[in-house]
Write a protein that binds this ligand. Structure first.
Ligand code: OKP
Ligand code: ZN
Length: 381
């Protein structure tokens, strides 16, 4: 781990030495003069999304995607004094509609009240889908039945929709948009610290713990702010099927992903190496699947390939889907990266030399998720 001692003189310039007064409340921290190169936008409402159970092997098991994950990252950021932490600014609905269909957004926003309207007793437990339109079924007709609409707009039973899901996910989108705005205005880098994650969510579906695609918002916002070509690099253990699908036919947004081979790993049905883009987007998608057990020495070889492709593409800005579930101790994933490897990763991402938005995704070893994610950020900064 890097030594932080060399930042002390910078703290001492702060008029009241506020850094000595102990931990400040979550998400309220604004420490001036600390690390202008990395601003974090943290989601003030993330804990409103607190799923109870996900379906796993025929049983409901406690959710892996828990509020403590984001709390751990924030605590570690504050412990290391790594830059300023702010709340996001509000964005109009049009920003959400730049990525997701109006029909899907309307569903997400109203889903909880509809769930409770079916039976007030439903308020005691989350909503999970149990029926889906697979091959040969109609997806163009929106059913009236709530369970049917849950299935129409999702692809797994591992992503409980809760009373606070919409508010949390929406504030998360604003974190990603705020971070992108910061970079659009000239910042070298910004971090969106939010959950639920986003990279499995498509234009009109949730799944894989994801509801709104935060990285996609960031990339589109950079495009809208005049960056002609934007690259998204997804380093989460799981393939970012939602992000890939959103940009698959787009020539202006390159998507590269390093992940567990979908033949054995979630999300199973997308993420193979032969998916290279479609139509005008042909050649702007790069999947680098790797076997379970992959260590950093091999993983970083794939990172070389992805970064070279991003450079060839001529990207003017970079969005990183920063999942740290590649960690050896992750309870639901299969790679074997060590905590120090995330420092190397951060150095490599910084060396690309592009204005960069980092968006928090997975990482389920709660005790290590803060150290691992902040190792990337600290090495980058
Ligand atoms: C979200 B992200 C585990 C089954 C897998 C879905 C994993 C979603 C990962 N019991 N459930 O990419 O970190
Ligand atoms: Zn993941």
């Amino acid at each position: 781990m890097l030594d932080l001692f060399d930042r002390r003189p910078i703290f001492l310039k702060s008029p009241k030495n506020r850094w000595r007064t102990g931990p400040l409340p979550p998400c309220k921290l604004v420490l001036p003069f600390i690390h202008p190169a990395m601003i974090t936008f943290c989601n003030p409402h993330h804990a409103l999304h607190q799923g109870q159970f996900e379906m796993f092997r025929g049983a409901l098991v406690p959710c892996h995607e828990v509020p403590a994950r984001a709390d751990q990252v924030l605590a570690e950021l504050q412990r290391r004094r790594l830059g300023e932490v702010r709340h996001p600014q509000p964005f109009a609905a049009a920003a959400l509609e730049s990525i997701h269909s109006p029909r899907y957004l309307r569903f997400l926003e109203t889903a909880w009240s509809q769930w409770v309207a079916i039976d007030p007793a439903n308020a005691a437990h989350d909503a999970l889908p149990s029926v889906w339109p697979t091959r040969g079924f109609r997806a163009d007709v929106e059913p009236d039945n709530f369970a049917a609409r849950m299935g129409l707009y999702s692809f797994d039973a591992g992503s409980p929709l809760t009373s606070g899901t919409w508010v949390a996910a929406r504030a998360g989108a604003e974190c990603a948009l705020s971070a992108a705005e910061q970079v659009a205005q000239g910042a070298r880098a910004a971090f969106a610290l939010t959950r639920p994650p986003g990279h499995h969510a498509g234009a009109d579906f949730f799944g894989g713990y994801c509801f709104l695609n935060n990285a996609a918002f960031a990339a589109q916002h950079l495009r809208n702010s005049g960056r002609e070509r934007v690259a998204i690099l997804d380093v989460d253990y799981h393939h970012g099927n939602g992000t890939q699908a959103i940009f698959y036919d787009r020539p202006d947004v390159f998507f590269a992903s390093l992940h567990g081979d979908p033949r054995t790993e979630y999300p199973f049905f997308l993420g193979h190496a032969d998916e290279t883009g479609h139509g005008a987007g042909q050649g702007t998608n790069l999947n680098l699947p790797m076997p379970r057990g992959t260590v950093y020495a091999d993983w970083s070889g794939a990172l070389d390939v992805a970064l070279a492709a991003i450079r060839r593409f001529g990207a003017q800005a970079l969005v990183v889907s920063l999942g740290v579930d590649t960690f050896v101790g992750d309870p639901i994933s299969g790679f074997a990266l060590r905590s120090d490897d995330y420092l190397r990763m951060g150095e490599r991402l910084e060396a690309v030399g592009l204005p960069t938005v980092l968006v928090f995704e997975g990482g389920y070893a709660v005790d290590a998720v803060g150290v691992n994610a902040v190792n990337v950020l600290q090495a980058f900064a």
